[in-house]
Ligand binder design. Structure first.
Ligand code: MF3
Ligand code: CO
Ligand code: CO
Length: 248
């Protein structure tokens, strides 16, 4: 069942998602060669606490981190730890915050130092795919319109869409109905209505779409070891245009 948010609930979603966007951007600004993924996790803990929120990830199905930090071939759900970020890496930060009973969720992938041309294109294409998906988050469209728009941008660029992980409804819970795949057919799926809030989050691989989960039971990596990128915004379905709740 897809939960429609009323104006009071939407106001709370705006507040928590704005907080989440601020933390995302402050963490992204820290990324440079030499820091560890745990440095980012520790900074996230302090930033989130200073704003009066809590991590929406910590303890979720036993997840042990404050945020997810996924480097290069890591697709999603990298646990902050000893990994040292090097020049030329791409680093995805996924931040989730709980505040006033609602959840914000957003991710960005950024370059550490100088990255090669193909990685640059991966970041541009993944962000463009997210924007194309968001543009379809308008009342009267169908969920498949979002999915198809994302897939079209990714595959036109010669990259591949990860299938095992998808976007999602979000509100009082981080993961609500519906699932929002990054692939699909236009005109299919539930009709979008004002007050639906969705986390749209393409995960895009330079190589093949296959992923596997490491022995830590969380970190998803590409099977072929090629890099992957992840961008995510939480949006509210609008009448005339989508409202991006996690815009900076
Ligand atoms: N934020 C992720 C998502 O975009 C989920 C993180 S799972 C957790 O859906 F276990 F790390 F919380
Ligand atoms: Co997320
Ligand atoms: Co999400």
């Amino acid at each position: 069942m897809i939960i429609i948010k009323n104006s009071v609930e939407l106001a709370a979603m705006r507040r928590v998602n704005q907080m989440t966007a601020r933390v995302r951007d402050q963490l992204a600004a820290m990324i440079r060669p030499g820091i560890t993924t745990l440095d980012l996790g520790n900074a996230a803990f302090e930033l989130i606490r200073s704003m009066g929120g809590t991590s929406a990830f910590y303890g979720y199905h036993g997840y042990p981190g404050q945020i997810c930090v996924s480097v290069n071939e890591e697709v999603v759900h990298g646990i902050p730890g000893r990994r040292v970020i090097k020049d030329g890496d791409i680093v995805s930060i996924d931040t989730g915050i709980s505040f006033e009973g609602f959840v914000g969720d957003t991710a960005v992938t950024v370059a550490a130092g100088e990255i090669d041309a193909e990685r640059k294109r991966l970041l541009e294409v993944t962000q463009a795919a997210l924007e194309a998906g968001i543009a379809k988050a308008i009342a009267g469209n169908r969920l498949g319109d979002i999915s198809h728009a994302i897939q079209t941008v990714v595959e036109a660029a010669g990259f591949s869409v990860v299938r095992e992980f998808v976007g999602h409804g979000i509100g009082r819970d981080m993961h609500e109905d519906p699932q929002v795949p990054n692939f699909g057919k236009p005109g299919r799926g539930p009709k979008l209505k004002p007050g639906m809030t969705l986390a749209i989050e393409p995960m895009v691989n330079i190589g093949g779409p296959q992923v596997e989960v490491l022995d830590d039971n969380w970190t998803a990596v590409t099977k072929d070891g090629h890099p992957s990128a992840h961008f995510e915004h939480t949006v509210a379905v609008g009448i005339m245009e989508p409202e991006i709740l996690t815009l900076a």
